[in-house]
Design a protein around this ligand. Structure first.
Ligand code: CO
Length: 168
């Protein structure tokens, strides 16, 4: 049991594309367990391995639509279908104190493996779909402020004390 250190924007770990997991073993099990602990201790509902500095395609999310005492661990998750559009106010443990509306597909299908290597498919909309998309983005080095307008993003980045560069 260990609470992991969450990387804060603009830490470069948040910008790396995470590596595919070959076969999940003890290391991945321990990592997922500690990520769930860390997520809960920080009052988050999702966490991706790059946020704790680990370049692996693993996310943990609270099962907000099912049993709330359980969290889901997804290995190599991939969005295979998207439908609709919805606006939802997002925050991120790596961008403390920041939240903003983000438009994303409303309904998605996610294919992934669990820690035992079994394939699973999740069809969902609403909050779970939102959390999954946000966390899967982290695996590709994308944070939610990348999905909002330039001027608003610039303001937020300044607020976070990071350097604002012109995007050309
Ligand atoms: Co996040």
């Amino acid at each position: 049991m260990a609470k992991l250190e969450i990387k804060i924007y603009p830490d470069p770990a948040l910008r790396k594309k995470a590596r595919l997991v070959g076969k999940a073993g003890d290391d991945e099990r321990r990592l997922a367990y500690n990520m769930i602990e860390t997520m809960r201790a920080s009052n988050g509902v999702g966490l991706a391995a790059p946020q704790v500095g680990i370049s692996k395609r693993i996310i943990v999310v609270e099962d907000v639509e099912g049993d709330n005492s359980a969290a889901l661990t997804l290995v190599n998750p991939k969005i295979t279908r998207k439908k609709g559009k919805a606006k939802f106010c997002e925050g991120c443990l790596s961008l403390p104190g920041i939240s903003n509306d983000v438009v994303r597909p409303e309904f998605i299908t996610v294919e992934a493996l669990n820690l035992d290597g079994d394939e699973l498919e999740i069809n969902t909309g609403g909050i779970l779909a939102r959390i999954l998309q946000h966390e899967i983005d982290h695996l590709d080095g994308i944070v939610f402020i990348d999905k909002i307008g330039f001027l608003k993003r610039k303001k937020i980045i300044k607020q976070l004390g990071a350097k604002v560069c012109m995007e050309l």
